[in-house]
Design a protein around this ligand. Sequence first.
Ligand code: PEP
Ligand code: CO
Length: 448
Amino acid sequence: MSEPWSPTSWRSKPIVQQAAYPDRAALKKSLKRLSQLPPLVTSWEVETLRGQLAEAGRGERFLLQGGDCAESFNDCRSEPIASKLKILLKMGIVLTYGMKRKVIRVGRFAGQYAKPRSAEFETRDGVTLPSYRGDLVNRIAFTPEDRTPDPTLLLRGHERAAMTLNFIRSLVQGGFADFHHPELWDLDFLDCAARSQDYRRIMDAVGDAIRFLETVAGQSLAELSRVEFFTSHEALHLDYERAQTRHVPRRTGWYNLGTHFPWIGDRTRDPGGAHVEYFRGIANPIGMKVGPGMDPGELPELLDLLNPNDQPGRLTLIHRFGAERIGECLPPLIEAVKCHRRTVVWCCDPMHGNTITTDGGIKTRVFDDIISELSQAFDVHRRMDSILGGVHFELTGENVTECIGGARGLDEEDLKRAYHSDVDPRLNYEQALEMALQIARHASGPRE
Ligand code: PEP
Ligand code: CO
């Protein structure tokens, strides 16, 4: 029998990756205020997403999850949000075509403000200060004032998340889904793509399919598919998450109403730790990142804790091994889930296992490594009679230069030009769309 759960039972467990707030009274005040604010999402939406994820687990839908490594308060502006939405819509339509499945669009947005860090402190020129933990916790500038965890940022984060979500909902409802106009695909990069013939064929076919559907139905695709967007973030800051964890009238259990789909990071998934304790009690569909450090022997215990009733759609395992390790690390996990007779949604994050640092000290990822991990993921699942239910990307709708490669052949020199991420490198607009085209190609056409 498991111990009783409450939204604060995690407090009795060992916890990692939390900020040390010097002003506890101010923290308490912010959390109290936060817990009184209206929720960002509803339990109906959360339940809808769980149902759709259950379908993804059965191969009837495909999950597309993507967005910034860390959202910044500064980027809570109309253009970056609209561009992110656009690229996710466009990738979604390409994937729907290629996979012949409906796509579930989940943004890493409206709350992705807290980051795990490898070190508690950072030292520069003999000065040691707390590490930057995301805009929810402290500020990036290297001064004692900026790096001291500030509890008022929790309220600012909630407000930014609400503004982001409000804008996304309005855009989506206002028929923003303009993807049926080919001129809005901005596809100059196709001219420099080695596979440009291949891509054009897919793009033309997608365009034809959309026009055909719209003609037959006499409606625009946006209305036809009632484009939905869901939100997700790493639920790292447990005090923040707890303040948004609510009882809902006429429903049993507790919902995290700060996001539809919270996930546990690879560094906080200790079965005996506070994060797993918090996650086991909430009713939302949840994700768990699994990296090369995951011992397959530990998985059954986590499955029992996080999804004791084997509810379909409840648990998504987001694997992130890197192109080099996936072949060795993924099969034992698939095997462990099968032996334990459990249902999970498998999702591939081909970003976090493929981060490298250039000789010049810049964190980057190579497009071909990302593609390689993805295609291996498809192959391993197919070979083992398992289903890859989705993909997870760090991306932006803007023209940044943070990842190397892609059709335009960005190289190390280019990284200096438009590197804006404060944390992990993201695919830019073209690289993200190319990624979707590659997946579509992989899933639909014969492979050489
Ligand atoms: C992330 O998704 O930004 C992240 C930190 O991932 P992981 O927990 O997989 O390392
Ligand atoms: Co990241």
